[in-house]
Design a binder for this molecule. Structure first.
Ligand code: BGC
Ligand code: NOJ
Length: 814
């Protein structure tokens, strides 16, 4: 069952009924100012950091789930009837409803009793504000006498404190109301130099800034008394809960249309120039006034919207594909690429499943998110790499998370996730492959953000690899630490106390439990490092990492191979996990993917064996589950993984993040049909027809789809912020379609479905546009290349002469 459709020509998903199985959301903003917006206008906004600079309040785990946001109310001054043109929160049945989610904007339109409503929400590039462009049309033959009420609830900046410290917070709110602008300035009197504004383009009939005055006692957003009575209270918040609401009267003749613009923005003032006049308590508005004036003009708002659209056309244009499969086309060309930008910006901080409070930017997450984003804006990837590596520990390890506002490592979570640093090597390598900007390796970067500790980024990579070698266990496999990629495989935790964090509780000294996954990742990272070192003519380093990789590989065959598949780990007792010896958790997906990606088993046939075992034991119609059999009870020595009921999350759910590793592994063993089959199973667009089962948005990946042990297999959860975005993008574009940046050129090495005749790709790479056409002439995936009419040996297109604009590539696959 569908709740909408893809409009590919306008790059939008169109939701045609408001009661989607879950809120189907979108993100506004792609630089510093961000908002989450649902298909019924729920959500919230923040500046840079969802925890520390929250502009509007949002209550998670509410009933209904999505309550609170950018709500507008229409009130018929003649009949006294009112409704929400975004359906929520009044849920008055609408005659027409549509929500269009696009890249960085959302448009909700509806109609009731001949009154057509449309609101376009977006954040102009380069600005710290969001625009709500509302258009009202009277499609009746008689005049309409309407009131339009806006509403938002301000958050007292620190979202965590806002949701917990009521004894103080109920007494600190302050606002200013100047003409059509409502200013939120809690704590501005003291240490904050920032405030929020909520502006309206029209003369006001009234306003409200005190929530309880607007709503009325014992009422919620579904029935505010001010709206019910068609009359604002002109309330001024001092303490309690600050909000913003404008009341605009709109008279429309038959057929008449009117635009009303609202702006919600964030503004900082110089610390020594906060007040105007100086010495007063009045906000200095010289900084925000011109911005407000600018965007309250419809022509400027339109212009900003068109610029945003063009910006996205430019970004998406960097990779465009035409294949025989529409799901591949729209995910690669539009939605998967867009989701990669969102995960790059948000890491795992703020979604409808991530509260924006608990987690900042993950070291492991951000380095992987970069893999799917780097081609869009390499300069931003560069900056991110330098920020992240400056949080790296001197011993080569990593803070597991860092805060986006401060860019400092997060002490609460600390370090000791032993896979973390290795991802940095993959991220830097991806950046170098894409940009060819080798100068980044010479950048002097601090450790732990400490002045005086600077060393070239190149050395950061060496220390990252050394970190693994310094931590080998009894089998010479890497020690797992608190966890590896699987945050819930906590082999040193042994927690029997409710409420303890599985990730940060360590009751073992960590000298026994080992990870085969990290071993595979290490070999992969060594290969990348060897390529980097080779380019830098550092033969000693090439030899060193190749030797380490070869030794690690030997160790894997000695201790990490179970006969039919790769083992997962060794626990604190020294027992294998992910082995036939186990009763539950006999086989895991992660080592099969990463080890084959690292090239293990290509020669001895074990790669194929491992992947066949995946197909036999782990593959389901909804994707590949994490392991089997799922854990049916809590195992003290395994940790959080066994805390989930089987079929959910890390306990045998389908993790959309590591399914692509198997797809890529299948391309390594050159089985294009299998790779593409797996790709299709979790492709959200291909699952659109079962939206009542899948439940999450059909245009983006979710972290998890419930596995075969679950009560509702196929039900997705934790949409949007997941490494699934980057890895699926990498799997389809770089390995299945096979267009992959190499250090010295663009590689074309597709391993795709034998049923396809071919496909076309345009790819902007280092300033050159590659027009690639691939034709299948035989069932295998052997490639012959012709570049600008000349045949080229191998699979890498050498870099063209300077000033080349376009390169035409013909690929025949037999
Ligand atoms: C989740 C993981 C997550 C971890 C760290 C666990 O509860 O299942 O997916 O990575 O928490 O926040
Ligand atoms: C989500 C975390 O953000 C990511 O870092 C981790 O790898 C996966 N969960 C799997 O546990």
């Amino acid at each position: 069952m569908r709740y909408g459709y893809f409009d590919d020509s306008s790059r939008e998903y169109v939701i045609t009924r408001p009661d989607t199985p879950l809120p189907w959301i979108n993100y506004l903003g792609c630089e510093d100012y961000f908002g989450l917006i649902s298909n019924t206008a729920g959500g919230y906004s923040f500046y840079k950091d969802a925890r520390l600079r929250r502009l509007t309040r949002y209550r998670y785990n509410n009933a209904p789930l999505d309550m609170g946001g950018r709500y507008l109310y229409l009130y018929d001054n003649a009949s006294g009837k009112y409704w929400s043109p975004s359906w929520m929160p009044t849920r008055v049945k609408l005659d027409e409803y549509e929500c269009r989610h696009g890249q960085g904007y959302t448009i909700i339109t509806s109609k009731l009793n001949g009154i057509k409503f449309s609101a376009r929400y977006f954040v102009p590039l380069g600005e710290s504000l969001e625009i709500w462009q509302v258009t009202l049309t009277n499609e009746n033959t008689s005049p309409a006498d309407l009131s339009l009420f806006s509403s938002i609830e301000f958050c007292l900046w620190d979202a965590n404190d806002d949701a917990t410290n009521f004894q103080r917070n109920y007494s600190i709110a302050q606002v200013e109301i100047v003409d059509e602008v409502i200013y939120h300035k809690s704590e501005y009197r003291e240490r904050r130099d920032h405030f929020a504004y909520f502006a309206c383009s029209e003369k006001l009939a009234g306003f409200d800034t005190a929530r309880e005055d607007f709503l009325g006692p014992y009422r919620g957003w579904d029935a505010p008394l001010a709206v019910e009575e068609g009359k604002s209270r002109n309330s001024e918040a001092l303490g309690w809960q600050p909000m913003g609401s404008h009341h605009v009267k709109v008279q429309l003749k038959a057929g008449e249309q009117k635009q009303v613009i609202f702006l919600l923005g964030y503004q900082e003032n110089p610390k020594d120039d906060k007040f105007d006049p100086p010495g007063s308590q009045v906000i200095n508005k010289k900084t925000d006034k011109p911005i407000i004036a600018k965007y309250l003009k419809p022509e400027n708002a339109d212009k900003a919207f068109n610029t945003l659209r063009e910006y996205w056309t430019m970004l998406l244009d960097k990779v465009q594909v035409t294949t025989p499969d529409e799901h591949t086309n729209r995910m690669v060309n539009i939605w998967n690429a867009y989701q990669c930008m969102v995960t790059f910006n948000m890491s795992r901080s703020a979604s409808y499943f991530e509260s924006g409070i608990g987690r900042g930017m993950g070291f492991r997450d951000s380095t992987q998110d970069l893999l799917g984003f780097v081609h869009m804006i390499p300069e931003r990837a560069r900056e991110r790499i330098l920020d992240i590596s400056a949080t790296q520990l001197k011993n080569g390890g990593a803070f597991h998370q860092y805060q986006p506002l401060t860019k400092r490592g997060n002490n609460d979570v600390g370090s000791g996730f032993n896979d973390d640093p290795l991802w940095l090597v993959l991220a830097v390598s991806a950046y170098l492959r894409e940009s060819g900007d080798w100068s980044i390796l010479d950048e002097q970067v601090q450790y732990e953000n400490e002045a005086g500790t600077e060393s070239p980024l190149y050395e950061h990579l060496q220390r990252a690899l050394q970190y693994t070698l310094d931590r080998l266990g009894p089998n010479n496999l890497p020690l797992i630490g608190r966890a590896d990629w699987n945050d819930c495989l906590n082999l040193n935790c042994f927690s029997d106390t409710p409420g303890q964090s599985f990730q940060t509780t360590t009751s073992k000294d960590g000298t026994v439990a080992e990870s085969v996954f990290i071993a595979g990742l290490f070999v992969l990272a060594c290969e990348e490092m060897a390529g980097i070192a080779e380019h830098c003519s550092d033969q000693a380093e090439v030899d060193r990492v190749q030797k380490s990789a070869a030794e690690m590989e030997k160790t894997v065959w000695a201790a990490g191979w179970d006969g039919e598949w790769f083992r997962r780990a060794y626990d604190d007792y020294g027992h294998a996990l992910g082995s036939k010896e186990n009763v539950e958790g006999q086989i895991f997906i992660e080592p099969q993917g990463i080890c084959v990606m690292a090239g293990l088993g290509a020669e001895n046939g074990n790669a194929v064996k491992a992947l066949d075992s995946v197909a036999e034991h782990l593959a389901t119609p909804h994707g590949i589950v994490l392991h089997q059999p799922g854990f049916t009870k809590y195992y003290l020595h395994l940790g959080e993984i066994s805390s989930y009921p089987a079929g959910y999350k890390e306990n045998a759910g389908v993790f959309c993040h590591n399914n692509p590793w198997i797809m890529i592994a299948e391309t390594v063993v050159r089985r294009g049909d299998k790779a593409f089959d797996y790709y299709t199973r979790t492709n959200p667009s291909a699952r659109e027809g079962i939206s009542e089962v899948h439940k999450c948005e059909p245009y983006v990946y979710a972290q998890m789809i419930a596995g075969k042990d679950a009560v509702k297999p196929g039900e997705a959860k934790n949409s949007w912020l997941t490494g699934a975005a980057a890895w699926n993008y990498v799997a389809i574009t770089q390995h299945i379609l096979g267009i992959r940046p190499a250090f010295e050129g663009l590689e074309v090495k597709p391993v795709f479905s034998s049923r396809w005749d071919g496909f076309e790709v345009t790819r902007n790479f280092r300033g050159v546009r590659y027009e690639i056409s691939v034709k299948r002439e035989g069932p295998e995936n052997n490639v012959s290349l012709e570049v600008d009419g000349k045949s080229v040996p191998g699979t890498v297109i050498p870099l063209p002469a300077a000033n080349t604009k376009t390169v035409k590539v013909k690929v025949v696959v037999r």
